[in-house]
Ligand binder design. Sequence first.
Ligand code: ADP
Ligand code: MG
Length: 287
Amino acid sequence: MSIKIENLWHIYNEGTPMAITALQDISLDIQDGECIGIIGRTGSGKSTLIQHFNGLLLATQGRVSVDGVDLREKKSDRRRIRQKIGLVFQYPEYQLFEETIEKDIAFAPKKMGLTDDEVDERVREAMRMVGLDHDMYRKRSPFELSGGQMRRVAIAGVLAMNPSMLVLDEPTAGLDPEGRADILQQVQRMRDEAGITVAFVSHSMDEIAQLVDTVIVMDQGKIALHGSVREIFLQVETLQSLGLGIPQITALMHLLKQRGMGVSTEAVTVDEAKEAILSLKRGCSHV
Ligand code: ADP
Ligand code: MG
C-alpha cells in the first residue's frame, strides 16, 4: 500500500470562529512495506494526519492518494480503502462491546459479507497474530482481560479485515512495560510475517528507534523533521527544542562521550550501543 500526500491542509470547523488549523501544507510519501514512525507533542496533529491515510478525514486543501487513487474523487473506493488500511485508534479497547472475544473480532469481517467459515478463519488468524490462544480465549468476555490483552483483542479486530496497511495511534499508551513490549513485538511480527505497511504514532523515542525505518516529527501541524531513525536522532538539539527527547540509550552514549569515552553517539538501540562500546574496547586492547 503506498500513500502520497501533497500539500495537505486540515482545518477543523472551517469558516466558524472555532476554526483550528490542525495540518498545514503536509507533503509525505509512504512506500509499500515501509514502517513509518510519527512523533510530536500532544496537539501537533498526529491523530489528524493518520486519519487522512484512509479517508476517515478528508483534506480541506491538498491531495491524498492511496495506490494512485485520489481519496476525494472516488467515494466508492473509500470503503475498500478503509478495509485495506486498518486504523487502530488510541485506547481502542474502549470500543470493544461484544460479549465474547470471538464476536468482537468477527464484527468487521462479518460486515464485509464473508461466509461464516471465512469469518472464522479470519478470527483464528487475527488471534494468532496478536498472540491470543484461540481455544482458550474465544468464548471469554473481553472485559475479563488485562489492559494489554484487551488492546490485543482490539488490534485483532482490525487485523481481521486483512488490511495491507496498519495504522496505530499510540498503541502502547497507558500500558505497563510488559504490555508495551508485547505490543511492539506483535507489530514487529506482523511486519515480518505479513509484510504489512505500518504507520506507528508514539510518544516514546525508544519505541520508535526499535521499530521503524523512517520518522516524521510533527510540530504545530507541520512536518518539522523527516528522515531515517538515525538521521532524526542525531538532531538532539532540534528534538529538544520541539519538546522531544532522544532514545535513552542514545542519551547514555552522549553522556559517555561527554565523560571522555571515545564512543560514537549514533547508536539508537541497545544492540548498537553494545557494539559501539565493545568495538571501543577491542580498539583499546590492540594498544
Ligand atoms: P495529536 O494527535 O498530535 O495530539 P491532534 O491531531 O489530535 O494532535 O490535534 C491537532 C489539533 O487539532 C489540536 O489543536 C487539537 O485540539 C485539534 N483537534 C483535534 N481533533 C479535533 C476535532 N475533532 N475538532 C476540533 N479540533 C480538533
Ligand atoms: Mg493524538
